[in-house]
Design a protein around this ligand. Sequence first.
Ligand code: MN
Length: 229
Amino acid sequence: MFSIEYPAVAVAGSTERFPVHRIYCIGQNYAAHAREMGSDPERQAPVWFMKPADSVVPDGSTVDYPPRTNNLHHEIELVVALQKGGRNISAAAASELIFGYAVGLDLTRRDIQEELRKNGKPWDPAKSFEQAAPISAIHPASDIGHPDSGRIWLNVNGELRQEGDIADLIWSIPGALAELSTLFTLAPGDLLFTGTPSGVGPLVTGDKLSGGVAGVGDINIAIGSARKA
Ligand code: MN
């Protein structure tokens, strides 16, 4: 039988790697971004979607420009990495599940997403393609604590594109994990992309992205050309 390589993410300050089980994502979790997407940011049930575990890409990579889009968008996000799981977790107990935090990019084929949204269809082709989840090394909570405020930002080619503060998450991390655990059984190795601040926009071949979350870490990737085969 063939063998496959299981996806994993680097752990800052360690040779250990964090094995990825599932990647959960929240959509429209900052009011200003919800508005720019044409939604009402009043608190409501979160928009949940998933990316395949093998869509993770390490910091420092060049990502292939994906097929079937002319409008690949950047979304800088704080990412939560779980070391424990469970169901029906209370918000008060949610921090105990968290191994650490990273900075990720929820790369999105926006033209495909807009078409799907218009027709009330699932987002998978817009969000769940290969290399759609670049992610920095995971910084253990034992080193950095549990951040609940701090600047989140993204520069493209040295120019500021996205900026916000993780204190402005509509669904806080404990609240989001509690809600998520009523829908799915959370497990060690799960990642949660917590949503992006306003300022999303298109990427082109040759772009250099540099983003971060104060008190957590940063990520640097480049956009390459379309893969030929
Ligand atoms: Mn997102």
